[in-house]
Design a protein around this ligand. Structure first.
Ligand SMILES: C[C@@](CO)(OP(=O)(O)O)[C@H](O)COP(=O)(O)OP(=O)(O)OC[C@H]1O[C@@H](n2ccc(N)nc2=O)[C@H](O)[C@@H]1O
Ligand SMILES: Nc1ncnc2c1ncn2[C@@H]1O[C@H](COP(=O)(O)OP(=O)(O)O)[C@@H](O)[C@H]1O
Length: 287
């Protein structure tokens, strides 16, 4: 795939960073170090941040529009580029702009996806020719979900989130709502009410009535606004939380059906519709 298809007249490449939904998320155990053993299906959706970047010859990593509240050097995109410089000795740099539309800390993986897009893009634009597996091994240092975005296809995820198997992607539409609460992931995982004994799935199911999100009961009890959004969306289909929240979603067979639901959204709620994506748009930027 030629990166030129993403090139804009100003010389920047405008690259998509898609969101994900956890179609289900089971906690099947806990390791001695406190980390939880998961089983989850991760689905890419076509709602995306846009990462605009241009290669620099001077080796600098310049963030042209830092996200309020995130210091440029802490931004996952800058950290991703620095990681590649450190690991490969590459002396090239980048200028970066982020067009951010994905809710932060919403369980749709925006920060991890932004980082994965930078890793994939620089792999091409800095001519590094690193394998997908190499990028995944390095990317996990930036965030637990980064390897999934590099994997780039619908995945059944196990372990603490590091073991991935491709599963068939279904063409589906989703309504996603964003309750305006920030859910602290460690607090949900540490809650004594969290169940950690869902029986392991043997058949690799994509999504069915037999699955759930084990983090949802704790998160929605702690944050009533999440429950309120689940109740509203639940009128139209089975509503579920993604990741550790706060976003909730329901799936629909057509764009029309999803549009009909979102058009009825009360003023005090925000949300969007999205379609399942069978493959990351930059999948071919790694071998
Ligand atoms: C559970 C998921 C599913 O997608 O939730 P979301 O972040 O998407 O909401 C992610 O894997 C999360 O990824 P991320 O938010 O990067 O988590 P990390 O920084 O690795 O971990 C935050 C904290 O969550 C707990 N944690 C996380 C993952 C795991 N398998 N077991 C855990 O117990 C640990 O307490 C850890 O300190
Ligand atoms: N480029 C970035 N985009 C979003 N979040 C970022 C970014 N860089 C660093 N972060 C930090 O990562 C945290 C997790 O972000 P995000 O991936 O959006 O959440 P989640 O894992 O719940 O989907 C944010 O709260 C923010 O502090």
């Amino acid at each position: 795939m030629n990166p030129d298809q993403f090139r804009q007249p100003d010389g920047f490449y405008a690259l998509p960073a898609p969101a994900k939904l956890n179609l289900f998320l089971h906690i099947i155990g806990r390791r001695d170090d406190g980390y939880h053993l998961l089983q989850s299906t991760f689905q890419l959706i076509d709602r995306c941040d846009t990462i605009e970047l241009r290669v620099r010859d001077d080796g600098q990593l310049v963030h042209l529009n830092p996200i309020p509240g995130i210091a440029p050097e802490s931004d996952l995109c800058i950290r991703a580029a620095r990681l590649l410089q450190e690991q490969t000795g590459c002396r090239l740099g980048m200028s970066l702009r982020i067009r951010k539309i994905l809710p932060m800390g919403g369980g749709v993986g925006g920060g991890s996806s932004d980082a994965a897009t930078v890793l994939l893009a620089l792999n091409r634009l800095w001519n590094l020719n690193l394998s997908r597996q190499m990028l995944m091994d390095w990317g996990v240092r930036l965030g637990a979900d980064v390897p999934f975005f590099l994997f780039g296809r619908t995945a059944f995820v196990e372990g603490i989130g590091e073991r991935m198997t491709e599963v068939p992607s279904l063409d589906q539409w989703f309504v996603v709502l964003h309750p305006r609460v920030h859910v602290p992931t460690p607090e949900i995982f540490c809650d004594e009410r969290l169940t950690r004994n869902t029986p392991p799935l043997i058949v690799r199911v994509l999504n069915s009535a037999a699955t759930k999100n084990d983090l949802q009961a704790v998160a929605s009890r702690k944050f009533p606004l999440i429950q309120k959004h689940l109740d509203w969306l639940g009128q139209f289909g089975e509503a579920r939380m993604t990741g550790s929240g706060s976003c909730v979603f329901a799936k629909f067979a057509s764009q029309d059906a999803a549009n009909q639901v979102i058009s009825q959204l009360p003023d005090e709620m925000t949300g969007f519709i999205a379609r399942s994506l069978s493959q990351h748009q930059l999948y071919e930027f790694a071998d």
